[in-house]
Design a protein around this ligand. Structure first.
Ligand code: DX5
Ligand code: ZN
Length: 226
């Protein structure tokens, strides 16, 4: 896997034309498709489940990057594995048995991620950093696309990167929320190597391909084995 990567979140996509929209994303050179699963409890919004992931699997070759914003996600994991998720990310705030949850994801053959809200300190991840393939640092309060980037999370990225370098240097940091051509450069400098974007891609005034290109233009062409 070469870094940095762009993971386009279908939360802002036109679901009446999802296959066409994902074809545009793929043709424009995006790397992953990000699926935001929300339960109306952990976050206020209610979105999509494994059923949508299974449909995405049929219409794109890109890896499916599934972000689970649900309380106690453990019982849902088998469905998302079966639906074809490549990456499964759970929130540290939702998992009373986080160590076991991450192990379950890996044992199922998926890459395991842990997400952290803007208001949660980096230290909450210390005990599991060696168990993850990805840390997802939220740069908005999760729930909706099109929110304003919270720059105060950037020092947390740098702190997590330092800790990962000691215990798990292969793991990558993903950022999610409010990323645009304006906010992405600072995120990259802090250590972000996977950029999630919904609004900046699917609502770009010049179209999806222009949205992907605008983000890509902010990132160096870097080859990093991970
Ligand atoms: C926010 C979701 C994000 C969201 C990002 O709760 O987890 O993935 O879709 O949307 P933008 O890029 O529009 O901030
Ligand atoms: Zn997300």
């Amino acid at each position: 896997m070469s870094l940095p990567l762009i993971s386009t979140s279908i939360l802002s996509a036109d679901f009446a034309h999802l296959a066409d929209q994902l074809a545009q994303v793929e043709a424009a050179g995006a790397d992953w498709v990000h699926v935001d699963v929300m339960d109306g409890r952990f976050v206020p919004n209610l979105t999509m489940g494994a059923f949508i992931v299974a449909h995405c699997k049929r219409i794109t070759r890109l890896p499916l990057d599934v972000h689970l914003m649900v309380e106690q996600p453990d019982h849902l994991l088998p469905d998302f594995v079966a639906a074809g998720a490549s990456w499964l990310t759970v929130h540290v705030e939702t998992c009373p048995h986080l160590y076991r949850t991450l192990q379950t994801i890996r044992q199922a053959g998926c890459k395991a991620g842990v997400a952290i809200n803007p208001g949660t300190p980096a230290a909450a991840l210390d005990a599991v950093l060696h168990l993850v393939d990805l840390v997802l640092v939220m740069s908005v309060n999760p729930g909706y696309s099109g929110q304003v980037f919270i720059p105060e999370v950037l020092p947390k990225v740098a702190a997590i990167r330092q800790k990962l370098d000691q215990v798990n240097p292969q793991a990558v940091i993903e950022m999610d929320g409010g990323l645009t051509a304006e906010t992405l450069p600072a995120a990259y400098r802090a250590g972000v190597r996977v950029a999630v974007a919904a609004y900046a891609v699917f609502k770009h005034p010049q179209g999806i391909a222009a949205g992907v290109r605008a983000l890509r233009a902010c990132l160096p062409a870097e080859e990093t084995p991970a």
